[in-house]
Design a protein around this ligand. Structure first.
Ligand code: PLP
Length: 493
């Protein structure tokens, strides 16, 4: 005669608030069976008794028993009751070994973290002066939410959508219009692919355009996201110096005249913040035309221009299809959206399509539809205007505060565009010493040397300003002044 279990280790109070009763009870019983606390052959109380013992509805208990039976954990038989089956017992999670299995150790040993990501002083929470973060508090979340709610009400129609690998067609139309109006880009929607941000664009482009040992120019210092993507396909990075006019094309031509291509951030050089001059733009286009090289133009935060006329994209100056433009909504809207775009020459579309198909097919259409409506209804342009003004005043606060509190220690550049600037150290510290000293004061100011290849330490730190209100900026600058007034600790640079 099977033994009927009469009490369990759990109580209703232990249910997390965000879990349904059914989900919680199922999880508890399943764990008890898997961990051997409910031995094979044990009889569970009748559903009616179980329900009254725990103050549950009988329907809840019956549906949990049915699910456990369907999954093979118990067997219910008329006249006998619900009996626990023999299943392989696993150790409870709290006793799980903390030693990583061999395959995990192998993976960790094989893949070294890229240098810009090693020993980051902070990993959680956005704090001054983390770069890359837009001010999400200023985002019109209610407007976005209203559009999303309308789509949610009619969700059935989104379960099956046109399977175009390039992305949701109205969204590609909207991007083509937007790029034509704001960046002078001449393209049709057939040339546009929606991707999950610049990083996916770089990953795909690297695989499409490069093979092992191919040489590719990178701005030095430059964007690590591109280095990672090119490194993953075994390409050889050729660092090319950057000055106040952008990439030194003549230096590139001397160092490696026949590189396959180049990655550039002409609107706002990462991380030095300079805008590429027209002369250099023409020079790089000429080089690409002559050698048949590609130019990947990362237009990631060109929208945020605070001074002078917007500089047209490199793409708009190119008559020979050498430029591939990539862009992202991570900065203009919010980072978790993970949507961006690639504008390809028509001749490359099919090849790129094949790679996208092999990777993840396409992005969710619903998100694109919401974004598309946000753009078409004028919310995007309105948000950009507001953010340009807000970020412009934050940059001004940064420059003023720098002059007031950091004179003789740090010279903060008055960049013309973007969400971050660079401060050059005038106190004798190396980039790494400054980064460490700032971290001690609770400030995130990453050393520019994280982003260099061959370039000697530029002795500077990158400072994001967009996500922080002016009082927070001033307070953090005072902390930085404290950090940078001290004698550098350790000589490691
Ligand atoms: C130079 C550069 N390009 C692109 C991006 C955005 O990339 P994603 O669209 O993958 O978020 C960043 C983000 O920090 C960046 O610094």
């Amino acid at each position: 005669m099977p033994k009927t279990v009469s009490s369990f280790e759990f109580t209703l109070d232990s249910r997390p608030q965000d879990q349904t009763l059914t989900g919680w009870l199922y999880g508890e019983l399943r764990s008890a069976i898997l961990e051997g606390r409910l031995a094979p052959g044990t009889r569970l109380p009748a559903s009616r008794d179980f329900a009254s013992q725990y103050g549950l509805s009988r329907g809840t208990v019956v549906s949990v028993f049915e699910r456990l039976q369907a999954e093979g954990y118990v067997t219910s038989r008329v006249g006998v009751g619900t009996l626990v089956n023999r299943v392989s017992v696993v150790r409870p999670a709290r006793q799980m070994s903390v030693t990583p299995p061999a395959y995990v150790r192998r993976a960790i040993a094989t893949h070294k973290l890229p240098r810009p990501l090693v020993d980051l002083p902070f990993t959680r929470g956005v704090r001054p002066f983390r770069i890359g973060a837009p001010d999400t508090k200023a985002f019109p979340a209610k407007v976005w939410g209203r559009i999303a709610a309308r789509y949610a009400r009619n969700f059935g129609s989104w379960l099956e959508t046109e399977a175009d690998v390039r992305g949701y067609r109205p969204m590609r139309d909207a991007i083509a219009d937007y790029l034509r109006a704001t960046r002078g880009v001449r393209c049709n929607p057939e040339q546009i692919f929606i991707v999950s941000g610049v990083q996916q664009a770089l990953d795909l482009l690297a695989r499409v355009l490069l093979k092992e040992h191919d040489q590719v120019w990178m701005e030095d210092p430059g964007y690590f996201g591109a280095t990672i993507a090119f490194g993953n396909v075994g390409a050889e990075i050729i660092p090319v110096p950057v000055d106040e006019e952008g990439l030194l094309v003549s230096a590139g031509e001397t160092i490696c005249p026949h590189a396959r291509g180049v990655y550039l951030t002409p609107a706002h050089q990462f991380p030095q913040g300079v805008t590429m001059s027209l002369e250099r733009r023409m020079a790089i286009l000429k080089w690409a035309k002559r050698t048949g090289a590609f130019i990947i133009e990362d237009d990631y935060d060109s929208e945020f221009r605070f001074e002078g006329q917007p500089v047209p994209s490199l793409h708009s100056l190119d008559n020979y299809s050498n430029v591939i433009l990539i862009g992202s909504f991570s900065k203009t809207l919010f980072p978790s959206l993970r949507l961006g775009y690639v504008v390809l020459p028509p001749s490359l579309v099919d090849c790129f399509l094949a790679f996208r198909y092999q990777t993840d097919f396409r992005n969710s259409h619903v998100d694109q539809a919401i974004l598309c409506e946000f753009i078409v209804q004028g919310h995007f342009a309105r948000h950009m205007r507001r953010m340009r003004e807000l970020y412009g005043s934050r940059l001004a606060a940064m420059i003023d505060g720098g002059k007031q509190h950091l004179s003789g220690l740090l010279d903060i550049s008055n960049v013309q565009a973007g969400l971050y600037t660079i401060g050059f150290l005038t106190n004798g510290m190396t980039s790494r010493q400054a980064e460490k000293a700032a971290a001690v004061q609770g400030i995130e100011a990453l050393g520019v040397d994280r982003y260099t290849f061959k370039h000697p330490d530029p002795k500077g730190v990158v400072l994001g300003f967009a996500a922080y209100p002016e009082p927070a900026i001033r307070k953090a600058l005072i902390q930085l002044a404290k950090a940078f007034s001290k004698e550098p600790s350790g000589r490691r640079g």
